[in-house]
Design a protein around this ligand. Structure first.
Ligand SMILES: [Zn+2]
Length: 219
Protein backbone atom coordinates (compact mmCIF):
# COMPACT_ATOMS: atom_id res chain seq x y z
CA UNK A 1 0.00 0.00 0.00
CA UNK A 2 1.29 3.39 -0.96
CA UNK A 3 0.70 5.81 1.89
CA UNK A 4 2.86 8.89 1.30
CA UNK A 5 1.19 10.64 -1.53
CA UNK A 6 1.04 13.91 -3.38
CA UNK A 7 -1.99 15.06 -5.36
CA UNK A 8 -1.34 17.48 -8.21
CA UNK A 9 -4.06 19.25 -10.14
CA UNK A 10 -5.19 22.68 -11.23
CA UNK A 11 -7.72 24.85 -9.39
CA UNK A 12 -11.14 23.19 -9.58
CA UNK A 13 -9.78 19.83 -10.75
CA UNK A 14 -11.35 18.14 -7.73
CA UNK A 15 -8.12 16.88 -6.23
CA UNK A 16 -9.09 18.08 -2.75
CA UNK A 17 -12.27 16.02 -2.79
CA UNK A 18 -10.43 12.91 -3.98
CA UNK A 19 -7.57 13.42 -1.52
CA UNK A 20 -10.03 13.73 1.36
CA UNK A 21 -11.84 10.56 0.37
CA UNK A 22 -8.62 8.60 0.05
CA UNK A 23 -7.31 9.93 3.36
CA UNK A 24 -10.48 8.73 5.11
CA UNK A 25 -10.22 5.33 3.48
CA UNK A 26 -6.54 4.87 4.38
CA UNK A 27 -6.89 6.45 7.84
CA UNK A 28 -4.14 8.99 7.27
CA UNK A 29 -4.24 12.81 7.37
CA UNK A 30 -4.96 14.90 4.32
CA UNK A 31 -2.54 17.77 4.57
CA UNK A 32 -4.09 20.59 2.60
CA UNK A 33 -1.95 23.68 2.31
CA UNK A 34 -5.18 25.65 1.80
CA UNK A 35 -6.33 24.54 5.27
CA UNK A 36 -2.91 25.11 6.82
CA UNK A 37 -2.83 28.62 5.37
CA UNK A 38 -6.41 29.44 6.38
CA UNK A 39 -5.75 28.24 9.94
CA UNK A 40 -2.59 30.33 10.13
CA UNK A 41 -4.47 33.33 8.70
CA UNK A 42 -7.33 32.87 11.19
CA UNK A 43 -4.86 32.60 14.07
CA UNK A 44 -3.37 35.88 12.86
CA UNK A 45 0.20 34.66 12.99
CA UNK A 46 2.78 36.62 11.03
CA UNK A 47 2.99 33.86 8.42
CA UNK A 48 -0.79 33.65 8.30
CA UNK A 49 -1.38 37.36 7.72
CA UNK A 50 1.29 37.44 5.02
CA UNK A 51 -0.44 34.50 3.34
CA UNK A 52 -3.84 36.18 3.51
CA UNK A 53 -2.86 39.18 1.38
CA UNK A 54 -1.84 36.80 -1.42
CA UNK A 55 -4.85 34.50 -1.09
CA UNK A 56 -7.25 37.49 -1.26
CA UNK A 57 -5.80 38.31 -4.69
CA UNK A 58 -6.07 34.70 -5.87
CA UNK A 59 -2.27 34.57 -6.06
CA UNK A 60 0.03 31.86 -4.80
CA UNK A 61 1.57 32.25 -1.37
CA UNK A 62 5.40 32.50 -1.27
CA UNK A 63 7.38 29.29 -0.79
CA UNK A 64 8.93 30.14 2.54
CA UNK A 65 5.51 30.57 4.13
CA UNK A 66 4.09 27.33 2.77
CA UNK A 67 7.20 25.22 3.28
CA UNK A 68 7.40 26.21 6.94
CA UNK A 69 3.83 25.14 7.60
CA UNK A 70 4.11 21.83 5.73
CA UNK A 71 7.36 20.84 7.42
CA UNK A 72 5.77 21.25 10.84
CA UNK A 73 2.70 19.30 9.78
CA UNK A 74 4.29 16.11 8.35
CA UNK A 75 6.48 15.82 11.43
CA UNK A 76 3.44 15.38 13.69
CA UNK A 77 2.54 12.00 15.22
CA UNK A 78 -0.60 11.38 13.20
CA UNK A 79 1.49 11.46 9.98
CA UNK A 80 3.59 8.43 10.96
CA UNK A 81 1.51 5.93 8.98
CA UNK A 82 1.38 8.22 5.98
CA UNK A 83 -0.05 11.44 4.63
CA UNK A 84 -1.56 12.97 1.55
CA UNK A 85 -0.28 16.35 0.49
CA UNK A 86 -2.92 18.34 -1.33
CA UNK A 87 -1.84 21.66 -2.83
CA UNK A 88 1.86 21.21 -2.11
CA UNK A 89 4.42 21.21 -3.64
CA UNK A 90 3.43 23.71 -6.32
CA UNK A 91 6.84 24.57 -7.70
CA UNK A 92 10.04 22.73 -8.52
CA UNK A 93 12.00 24.38 -5.68
CA UNK A 94 9.27 23.32 -3.23
CA UNK A 95 9.45 19.74 -4.54
CA UNK A 96 13.20 19.68 -4.12
CA UNK A 97 12.89 21.12 -0.64
CA UNK A 98 10.27 18.51 0.23
CA UNK A 99 12.62 15.73 -0.94
CA UNK A 100 15.32 17.05 1.38
CA UNK A 101 12.90 17.35 4.28
CA UNK A 102 11.66 13.79 3.85
CA UNK A 103 15.15 12.39 3.53
CA UNK A 104 16.09 14.10 6.77
CA UNK A 105 13.21 12.44 8.66
CA UNK A 106 13.69 9.04 7.00
CA UNK A 107 10.47 9.19 4.99
CA UNK A 108 9.96 8.42 1.34
CA UNK A 109 7.40 9.65 -1.17
CA UNK A 110 5.47 6.68 -2.65
CA UNK A 111 3.30 8.14 -5.38
CA UNK A 112 2.30 11.36 -7.12
CA UNK A 113 -1.19 11.44 -8.60
CA UNK A 114 -1.99 14.08 -11.18
CA UNK A 115 -5.71 14.82 -11.32
CA UNK A 116 -6.06 15.96 -14.90
CA UNK A 117 -8.92 18.13 -16.24
CA UNK A 118 -8.89 20.35 -19.36
CA UNK A 119 -8.86 24.10 -18.69
CA UNK A 120 -12.16 24.68 -20.50
CA UNK A 121 -13.90 22.28 -18.10
CA UNK A 122 -12.30 23.94 -15.08
CA UNK A 123 -13.46 27.39 -16.17
CA UNK A 124 -17.04 26.14 -16.54
CA UNK A 125 -16.93 24.40 -13.15
CA UNK A 126 -15.51 27.34 -11.22
CA UNK A 127 -17.27 30.32 -12.80
CA UNK A 128 -20.65 28.60 -12.30
CA UNK A 129 -20.18 28.05 -8.58
CA UNK A 130 -22.49 29.87 -6.17
CA UNK A 131 -22.59 29.79 -2.38
CA UNK A 132 -25.38 30.65 0.07
CA UNK A 133 -24.68 33.66 2.26
CA UNK A 134 -26.88 32.17 4.97
CA UNK A 135 -25.72 28.56 5.32
CA UNK A 136 -22.77 28.24 2.89
CA UNK A 137 -24.52 25.52 0.86
CA UNK A 138 -22.78 25.09 -2.53
CA UNK A 139 -24.61 25.38 -5.87
CA UNK A 140 -23.69 25.47 -9.55
CA UNK A 141 -25.70 27.45 -12.10
CA UNK A 142 -25.55 24.52 -14.55
CA UNK A 143 -24.71 21.34 -12.65
CA UNK A 144 -26.50 21.95 -9.33
CA UNK A 145 -28.87 24.92 -9.72
CA UNK A 146 -31.11 26.24 -6.96
CA UNK A 147 -34.87 25.71 -7.51
CA UNK A 148 -35.45 29.47 -7.45
CA UNK A 149 -32.72 31.53 -9.11
CA UNK A 150 -30.20 33.05 -6.66
CA UNK A 151 -32.06 31.68 -3.61
CA UNK A 152 -30.87 28.85 -1.36
CA UNK A 153 -33.16 25.78 -1.38
CA UNK A 154 -32.41 25.12 2.29
CA UNK A 155 -32.62 28.53 3.97
CA UNK A 156 -33.77 31.02 1.31
CA UNK A 157 -30.46 32.88 1.62
CA UNK A 158 -28.94 34.85 -1.23
CA UNK A 159 -26.49 32.98 -3.47
CA UNK A 160 -23.25 34.70 -4.37
CA UNK A 161 -20.13 34.08 -6.39
CA UNK A 162 -16.81 34.01 -4.55
CA UNK A 163 -14.34 36.67 -5.69
CA UNK A 164 -11.95 33.85 -6.69
CA UNK A 165 -14.48 32.32 -9.06
CA UNK A 166 -14.78 35.08 -11.68
CA UNK A 167 -13.46 34.15 -15.11
CA UNK A 168 -10.46 36.49 -15.12
CA UNK A 169 -9.20 35.21 -11.78
CA UNK A 170 -9.79 31.59 -12.78
CA UNK A 171 -7.80 32.07 -16.02
CA UNK A 172 -4.99 33.69 -14.06
CA UNK A 173 -4.93 30.83 -11.57
CA UNK A 174 -4.78 28.31 -14.42
CA UNK A 175 -1.88 30.17 -16.01
CA UNK A 176 -0.01 30.21 -12.73
CA UNK A 177 -0.71 26.51 -12.28
CA UNK A 178 0.59 25.55 -15.72
CA UNK A 179 3.66 27.70 -15.47
CA UNK A 180 4.67 26.69 -11.95
CA UNK A 181 3.37 23.18 -11.48
CA UNK A 182 3.90 21.50 -14.82
CA UNK A 183 7.68 21.26 -14.33
CA UNK A 184 6.83 19.08 -11.31
CA UNK A 185 5.13 16.58 -13.56
CA UNK A 186 8.39 15.98 -15.44
CA UNK A 187 10.33 15.95 -12.18
CA UNK A 188 8.20 13.20 -10.66
CA UNK A 189 7.90 11.30 -13.92
CA UNK A 190 11.69 11.07 -14.05
CA UNK A 191 11.63 9.56 -10.56
CA UNK A 192 9.05 6.98 -11.68
CA UNK A 193 6.53 8.31 -9.16
CA UNK A 194 3.95 9.98 -11.40
CA UNK A 195 0.55 8.55 -12.32
CA UNK A 196 -2.16 10.47 -14.14
CA UNK A 197 -5.90 10.19 -13.63
CA UNK A 198 -8.48 11.48 -16.10
CA UNK A 199 -10.76 13.50 -13.83
CA UNK A 200 -13.44 14.71 -16.24
CA UNK A 201 -15.91 11.91 -15.39
CA UNK A 202 -18.03 11.09 -12.32
CA UNK A 203 -16.38 11.39 -8.90
CA UNK A 204 -16.82 7.69 -8.01
CA UNK A 205 -15.09 6.51 -11.18
CA UNK A 206 -12.17 8.84 -10.57
CA UNK A 207 -11.84 7.52 -7.04
CA UNK A 208 -11.71 3.91 -8.24
CA UNK A 209 -8.83 4.78 -10.58
CA UNK A 210 -7.02 6.32 -7.62
CA UNK A 211 -7.66 3.32 -5.36
CA UNK A 212 -6.16 1.04 -8.00
CA UNK A 213 -3.03 3.18 -8.23
CA UNK A 214 -2.58 3.21 -4.46
CA UNK A 215 -3.03 -0.55 -4.12
CA UNK A 216 -0.45 -1.41 -6.81
CA UNK A 217 2.35 -3.46 -5.30
CA UNK A 218 0.28 -4.30 -2.24
CA UNK A 219 1.13 -7.69 -0.72
ZN1 LIG B 1 -28.65 28.57 2.60
Amino acid sequence: MKSRLIFLGGPGAGKGTQAQRLAEKLGIPQVSTGDLLREAAAQGTELGLAAKTFMDKGALVPDKVVVGLVQQRVAQDDCRKGWILDGFPRTLPQAQELDETLKAVGQRLDLVIEVNVPDSVIVKRLTGRRICRGCSAPYHVEFAPAKVADKCDKCGGELYQRADDNEKTVQERLEVYHKQTEPLIGYYRNQGLLKQVDATGPIDGIFRQIEDLVAVGQT
